[in-house]
Design a protein around this ligand. Structure first.
Ligand code: ADP
Length: 304
């Protein structure tokens, strides 16, 4: 089983000709209301990857948006019995997508902020092979979930949104998945720097630097795929197939969910990453987050 601990948001998506500057008002396209949130997206990606069953642990409001999100997860066969419904409004993401498929997102966390350290611990402690989490819910909840996992289960942390990571979280993380921006913030946090604005670094060097903090790293590189690094070997570059980008929203989520599902099915990290990178590339060819998640069959057909 894969247990995903994280956020569920309703995405309010609007197409824009370009991203607005501060103080500027632009006219966009029609508004879409879609299920999203890094945690829920990753759970859907894990479920569509087939193989291990998937559970989602998180919180939504007692409102129509909360029902929309739970129905979407159930529709993909995700177990939602450990999801709490709280008095807060369901989390909402305001998403703008420009003509190049580049997105800008603001999240109002709502019920996601109510995910406490006790949530879903019974599910995590039961029998998962992989516990996957992100940082759109309180860090304490992620640390508690990772610590509650059985000895045989691996923890996979997608350190997004970007931030420095507390020592307790790093100590409980087996595999760290970050993009280059997140990697810089994680490393800067370790060195007490402001972080985030240094020049381009060699991804292999970045991945190696992260190995000082966690035993295994998947550094995602957008159209360039990813680099996989473990402590007792050389980093391995995994190329992404060339695709036409329509909407990059959720590409990283697809990669994380598929990676977790493949690991839970017994794949080695590099093998799991090869499948996950193809799935991520397919996701950018389609609009939306959860609607863009490919199935295992589609990923197999697109694999090199
Ligand atoms: P995030 O979405 O978290 O910023 P990335 O941009 O690194 O993460 O993308 C995650 C994964 O999605 C990549 O490793 C790759 O598999 C896929 N991907 C993203 N953008 C593209 C692209 N333009 N072409 C092909 N694959 C892409």
């Amino acid at each position: 089983r894969v247990v995903v601990v994280g956020s569920a948001n309703v995405d309010l998506v609007v197409a824009v000709p370009r991203h607005p500057r501060g103080g500027e008002t632009l006219l966009g396209g029609g508004l879409q209301r879609l299920p999203g949130g890094k945690g829920a997206n990753q759970a859907v990606a894990a479920a569509r990857a087939g193989g291990a069953p998937t559970s989602f642990v998180g919180a939504v409001g007692r409102d129509d948006d909360g029902t929309l999100l739970l129905d979407a997860l159930r529709g993909d066969g995700v177990d939602v019995t450990a999801v709490e419904r709280t008095a807060s409004p369901t989390g909402t993401a305001l998403v703008m997508v420009d003509g190049d498929g580049e997105n800008a997102i603001v999240v109002a966390p709502g019920a996601n902020a109510d995910v406490g350290p006790g949530v879903g611990v019974a599910v995590v402690a039961a029998e998962p092979a992989v516990v996957l989490a992100q940082l759109e819910v309180p860090v304490d909840a992620v640390v508690a979930a990772f610590r509650a996992r059985p000895d045989a289960a691996r923890s996979v942390l997608n350190a997004a949104p970007s931030r420095a990571l507390p020592a307790a979280l790093l100590a409980a993380t087996d595999v760290l998945v970050v993009n280059e921006h997140e990697a810089r913030d994680v490393l800067a946090g370790e060195h007490g720097d402001e972080g985030g604005d240094e020049g381009p670094a060699d991804p292999t060097d970045t991945a190696r630097a992260l190995l000082a903090l966690v035993p295994a790293v998947v550094l995602t590189l957008g159209a360039r795929g990813c680099v996989v690094a473990v402590r007792d070997g050389d980093p391995v570059a995994v190329a992404a197939p060339v695709v036409e980008a329509v909407d990059t929203t959720g590409a990283g989520d697809v990669l994380c969910g598929v990676l977790a599902a493949r690991l839970a099915d017994g794949d080695a990290l590099v093998v799991a990453a090869r499948t996950a990178v193809v799935a991520g590339a397919l996701a950018v060819t389609r609009a939306g987050a959860q609607p863009a998640v490919p199935t295992a069959r589609e990923v197999a057909a697109a694999a090199p």
